[in-house]
Design a protein around this ligand. Structure first.
Ligand SMILES: Cc1ncc(COP(=O)(O)O)c(C=O)c1O
Length: 404
């Protein structure tokens, strides 16, 4: 039976994705195989519980799939028998909440990175549940605009942190997980590393690994890992029971089996040699884009990037992040407004966050980053009509087919 409204929506969304330059660093294009699994009959089954201990019949196949997904994630991150992986969390925010609940009691201190500094809402911001359930203390940046690990350690000790969370959503520099681990040890706290953004880089060995320095590592699966929307929690074996029990039955019911299968497929893709090649190109493109933007006069937060993303400070242009986002969107370029250090409002921030995972999946290389920086200058600085730039963007994107 036809549902014209939704059919039209899906067709127009595919056209939008094909015709736009997607620079949102948390987005990517999953493979056709991953999308097929998400729309497969695996969606129809209830499997409350874990492999070998389910609360519904008919789960032998799902035990195999879930075990495979967890084993592949262990392989992707080169984890030994002392690590356990739970692939059931529905999202990154839920995975973080589960990790905190497994490691501390409500009211105890969670030390996480503030939103304007580059942390995520789920790292203790007051509007999200972890910030309300726990005594949230947020660290910012030093006077040089970079993480100040000595200050983080001092805060952890002063506030008797039970959990220190490391991980970024818009901080464009590599993280020193060893220093986070050291601060946690000094304070008698647990270290939760949220690698949602950089997981693909960590998997490819292009960013230092948090695993030797953390008790628990959480990640979404849909960003640089290029899997389905979902998440996993990896933890040292000692915490396995607590983590599993908080995820189910603590926070969730039945696992999303179609997503679990797609996570297993993501692991398969991440273990292929071309995955590392892709992650290397993500980094080369990010460096090239940063250099090209700076050359055209843009100011980047921390003056550059070590990872797959960067943040443009729009205030010298002068523009607000919201205006910049709107102008870029009208030109066929999607990049999201973002708070930068010193901003008070995440809704009207001064920055625009830009990343290369999605355009790299489309096949773009360094020279294309130079062209993108040119579009930014024409739209944001020279105030060219976005509609005329959009035509060029659409023509350019025809050279980088998507789902054809
Ligand atoms: C670092 C980090 N952690 C957690 C999340 C939350 O993931 P989700 O949107 O799946 O809840 C995000 C989302 O962007 C993120 O950047």
């Amino acid at each position: 039976m036809k549902d014209p409204v939704l059919e039209k929506a899906a067709v127009s969304e595919l056209a939008r994705q094909r015709g736009t330059i997607n620079l949102i660093p948390s987005e990517n294009y999953a493979s056709k195989e991953i999308m097929a699994l998400l729309g497969s009959p695996l969606i129809n089954k209830y499997s409350e519980g874990y492999p070998g201990k389910r609360y519904y019949p008919g789960n032998a196949l799902y035990d195999t799939i879930e075990t495979l997904a967890a084993e592949r994630i262990k392989k992707v991150f080169r984890l030994g028998a002392d690590w356990h992986v739970n692939v059931q969390p529905y999202s990154g925010s839920g995975a973080n909440l589960a990790a905190y609940l497994a490691l501390m009691q409500p009211g105890e201190t969670l030390l996480g990175m503030g939103l304007a500094a580059g942390g995520h809402l789920s790292h203790g911001h007051r509007v999200a549940m972890p910030g309300r359930l726990f005594h949230s203390v947020q660290y910012g940046l030093g006077s040089d605009g970079l993480l100040d690990y000595i200050e983080i350690e001092r805060m952890a000790i002063q506030h008797q942190a039970k959990v220190i969370v490391s991980g970024v959503t818009s901080y464009p520099r590599a993280l020193d997980f060893a220093k986070f681990g050291h601060a946690a040890k000094k304070a008698g706290a647990h270290h939760v590393a949220d690698i949602s953004h950089i997981a693909g880089l960590v998997a490819a060995g292009l960013h230092p690994s948090p695993f030797p320095h953390a008790d628990v590592v959480t990640s979404t699966t849909h960003k640089t890992l290029r899997g389905p929307r979902g998440a996993f929690i990896a933890c040292r074996k000692d915490f396995a029971d607590r983590i599993d029990r908080v995820v189910f039955p603590g926070l969730q019911g039945g696992p999303h089996n179609h997503v679990t299968a797609a996570i297993a497929r993501m692991g398969f893709e991440a273990l292929r040699p071309d995955f590392k090649k892709y992650q290397k190109q993500v980094l080369l493109n990010a460096k090239a884009l940063a250099v090209a933007l700076i050359k055209r006069g843009f100011r980047l937060v921390t003056d550059g990037t070590d990872i797959h993303l960067m943040v443009i400070d729009c205030s010298p242009i002068p523009l607000g992040g919201m205006e910049a986002e709107t102008l870029l969107e009208a030109a066929g370029i999607t990049a999201n407004r973002n708070a930068i250090p010193g901003d008070a409002s995440p809704f009207y921030p001064s920055g625009v966050r830009v990343g290369t995972p999605a355009v790299t999946t489309r096949g773009m290389k360094e020279r294309d980053m130079a062209a993108i920086a040119g579009f930014f200058e024409r739209v944001l600085v020279l105030k060219e009509k976005p509609a005329s730039v959009k035509k060029e963007v659409e023509a350019m994107m025809k050279k980088f087919p998507l789902y054809e």
